[in-house]
Design a protein around this ligand. Structure first.
Ligand code: UVW
Length: 341
């Protein structure tokens, strides 16, 4: 029995790295793993795996998330320290400096992003009183440690936030599968069998401690739409993982991957709702990874150029360096991931 739970979800890693652990499989990124990742660098070329953070554009792709807004929302320009082209001599005789300062209102999960473990939890009877409560990875509690905007102590994830990921560095070996040559860019729900066929065909081996990435073609579609996205087209395009496929979830458990990352919106098919381990869910792969296993998810990354460069060389592995913002309290974060091949 640990401090926070008497029941742990079946098949979970809760407690495996200690009762206060907040890093999950990031614990597998040992110095040896990082050195092995560095040894994947062959020609020294780097790729930025972020989309411009003002894409997809608008909020039709995900109505609850909006593009970044410069300036303090609801404040006139010039207030709260936001200013552009300030002429200092107006305030200080003879000063020839001109400068600009800004503030950005950022929806942290609008564009290229990481999900922390504080992003998705589950109703689960962790304390064994017969009633499920809202809990996150390793038994941390909603309302006690993951605090909403109405909480008297102020909003923010006191635990499990992206701050821990930033401090850990999020650096290791990336392994990428380009699904586009296999299934095209139409909507395909990929389960275990089809994932294994693609990995086998491309001779890709995923090992414990790897970041697993898959490319679906969403990134180039978003870039081609240039800020005016066709949400209907996007939501009927590109491969998504089948979170209801128990064999696929078991593969995530057995593979030992640290994170699953894609250029699509949610890694998994987010259009369904149905029975999964632990009860009905709209995002069963999120629950399996973020709540049960301690596996981070990366979404809306720009993977096409990297996928092509590696495919041209018959390779799939590279060094990935992908810290989120060091923003304690945030449940998600933009990232500017760098792949070096
Ligand atoms: C949800 O929509 C809950 O999450 P995500 O952006 O991680 O898919």
């Amino acid at each position: 029995m640990t401090k926070r739970w008497v029941n742990r979800p079946e098949g979970s890693t809760w407690g495996d790295w200690g009762e206060d652990d907040q890093l999950g499989r990031v614990n597998l990124l040992t110095p040896e793993k990082v050195k092995a990742a560095v040894s994947e660098v062959q020609d020294g070329r780097s790729f930025c795996l972020s989309l411009p953070l003002d894409l997809p554009g608008g909020n039709s792709v995900n109505p609850k998330r909006h593009p970044p807004k410069f300036g303090v929302v609801n404040h006139p320009p010039g207030s709260d320290g936001v200013y552009y082209n300030l002429v200092w001599k107006d305030y200080q005789d003879g000063n020839m400096d001109v400068s600009s300062d800004e503030c950005t209102t950022l929806w942290n999960q609008y564009s290229t992003q990481w999900d922390s473990f504080a992003h998705v939890g589950s109703l689960f009877d962790a304390n064994g009183d017969g009633e499920p409560e809202s809990v996150y990875y390793n038994g941390f509690r909603a309302g006690e440690e993951i605090l909403g905007p109405d909480h008297a102590d102020g909003m923010g994830a006191r635990v499990l936030s992206v701050g821990g990921m930033a401090k850990a560095g999020m650096q290791g070996r990336g392994v990428i599968l380009d699904m586009v040559p296999h299934v095209g860019t139409g909507r395909t729900v990929v389960g275990y069998d089809s994932l294994m066929e693609m990995l086998d065909a491309d001779k890709i081996i995923v090992e414990e401690g790897d970041f697993f990435l898959f490319h679906t073609g969403w990134d180039d579609m978003i870039l081609d739409m240039a800020g005016d996205p066709d949400a209907k087209k996007l939501h009927s395009s590109g491969a998504v993982l089948d979170g209801y496929d128990e064999k696929l979830l078991q593969w995530i458990t057995d593979s030992g991957v640290v994170a699953i990352i894609s250029d699509n919106m949610a890694v998994e098919d987010s259009s369904g709702f149905g029975e999964s381990q632990g009860g009905c869910s709209r995002l069963p792969l999120h629950r399996h990874c973020l709540f049960r296993l301690g596996v981070h998810l990366g979404e809306l990354w720009h993977l096409s150029e990297l996928a092509t460069a590696l495919r041209d060389q018959g390779r799939s592995r590279f060094l990935l360096t992908a810290p989120p913002l060091y923003l304690p309290g945030a449940v998600g974060s933009p990232s500017t991931p760098i792949a070096t091949i």
